[in-house]
Design a binder for this molecule. Sequence first.
Ligand code: RM4
Ligand code: MN
Length: 386
Amino acid sequence: MSDGVPIRAALGGQRIETASWAYGNSGTRFKVFAQEGVPRDPYEKIADAATVHRFTGVAPSVALHIPWDKVDDYADLARHAENLGVRLGTINANVFQDDDYKLGSVTNPDPGVRRKAIAHLIECVDIMDATGSRDLKLWFSDGTNYPGQDDVRTRQGRLADALAETYARLGDQQRMLVEYKLFEPAFYMTDVPDWGTAYLHCVALGDRAQVVIDTGHHAPGTNIEFIVAMLLRAGKLGGFDFNSRFYADDDLMVGSADPFQLFRIMHEIVLADELDKGIAFMLDQCHNLEPKIQAVIRSVMNVQEATAKALLVDHDTLAKAQESGDVLEANAVLMDAYNTDVRPLLRELREDMGLDPDPIGAYKRSGYFEKVKAERVGGTQAGWGA
Ligand code: RM4
Ligand code: MN
């Protein structure tokens, strides 16, 4: 694609989901530095997400994490979101923070603990029914720290049973997204460590089970765009948890450590014509030091910039170069697109959409942060476990 009009149309139609937990306090195991103006409850987190959408125009949904975002009335929360111009998105299950889960959740040797974990996954589907969410995202911290600690294949069987029971509870329009992560918190063996394991479980479950790629969950040097291509080919790429990593699961702003990698990922998506076919583009980030709402706006813009560059790749010239074995020309086609400054194009797009061309400047000028800073005094600020 090289004509500006279809590129702008594709970018205008892009949807990026932000995460409720990105608006709360976060940190490391050493220290959480609290920030001013941080939401005290899911209603305030949604107000922040709506603010991101107001200035970017492409972030109309917000993912929830249960129980962090537990409320009495999810239909009321959905109405609150709608009134603010956004909707509730993916429901993230949390089976990693109870004492019971020390030896695992759905893979725990104790059947009682497994039952409790499955009950939580099913509760998440109940919540999806109330919120109108399409996707259930499952990440398991399950694993072992020492060789011999538990039996690998037995644990896989327990995992398969739990997934099957949860999958059977999904409605026709609902999907299960299975996430993988190489290591941490388990240090010897993780029960869903890689895309192959997630893929095998999804294949056994059925069409509505798909793999989600968290960009921070790989070994250094992993070719993530190859995984994207493989899952696209198999029809099993459900979505992304976008973030950036230098060392491990750093949860930094997407595109910050390696914007070229993000471009290469988006290039595979555009090449397969899958930008608007149901892949969930989600942010899974934590903003420990930087102002949170502004960081989420920046992240949305980073995804847009990588996507714009991917849309600029001249597919015809690329295919010709590839067919004729012109290695350098093929590579140059990609690099030309990557090296294009797409910021003017995105400014034009925002003007077309009736937005300020400079989302961060507009957000700063809006006075939103000063307002919530003054209002959100007292109570308990949201954070992991809140
Ligand atoms: C996990 C995983 C999940 C996310 C939690 C907060 O490492 O990435 O997707 O929900 O962190
Ligand atoms: Mn994730």
